[in-house]
Design a protein around this ligand. Sequence first.
Ligand code: PMT
Length: 213
Amino acid sequence: MNLLVTAGPTREPLDPVRYLTNRSSGKMGYALASAGIQLGHRVTLISGPTSLNVPVNVDYVPVETAQQMFEATRTHLARADAAIFSAAVADYRPASFAENKIKKAEARLTIDLVRNPDILGSVRREFSFEGVLVGFAAETENLEENARGKLEDKSCDFVVANLVSQCGIGFDSDHNEALLVYPDRSEILPMQTKGDLAHLIVQAVQEAINRRG
Ligand code: PMT
C-alpha cells in the first residue's frame, strides 16, 4: 500500500527569532514510517522539524508550519491508500508575524492567536479521501471518551489514543502505550518501544484495508 504519515511538531513563527511549538520529538511518526517500509509499503513522511534521521527509502516531505503541513497533506494524499496522522500540529498560530525581533518593553505582553487548519478534520470533508484514515489522540484525561469523539468527528477508521501526562510514554519518550479505538470496540496495546508499537499500528491499518476488501 501507499502509506502517508504525518509526524513531529509544527513551528508557528512569531518574529525572526521566536516560534510557538510543542514537545513532539517525531519519534512516534518516524517509527511508523520505518515500520511501513519494513512491512513492504511505500511511505510518504510529512514531517515538522525534528532532530531525527529520515528513515531510509521514505519519500520525505519536510514542513515547518501547520499551514504547510496542511498543503503537503492535500498534495500527497491523492495517491495514498492509508494515512496515519501522528503529528502534533499546533492548533493556533500568532495572528501576525513581526518582521523585526520583538523588543522587551512592558511587564506584560499579550500575543493574539488564530486557529490553524484542522488537517485531520479536513481529510474526509475537504480532501474527499476515501482510504483508511487513522488519527491520533493525545490526551491527559478521559482517554477513550475523548478519542471516540475524535474518531466520530473526523470519520477515522480508528484512533490511536495515548496518554501524554504519564511519565515514560508519549512525548519524546522511546516508549509508548496506546488504546486503539474503533467504532465498535477498543484494543489496548501495552507499553513497548515506539518501534514495536508502530509495527502493530501499521498491521492494524493493513487489516482495516483487508476488511474493506
Ligand atoms: O513525537 P513524539 O515525541 O514521539 O510524541 C508522540 C506524540 C505524543 C506526539 C504522538 O503519539 C501523538 O499523540 N500525536 C498526536 C498529537 C496531537 O496533536 O493530538 P491531538 O489529540 O491534539 O490531535 C488529534 C489528531 O488531529 C491527531 O491525529 C493530530 O495529528 C491531528 N491534528 C490536530 C490538530 C490540527 N490542527 N490538525 C491535525 O491534523
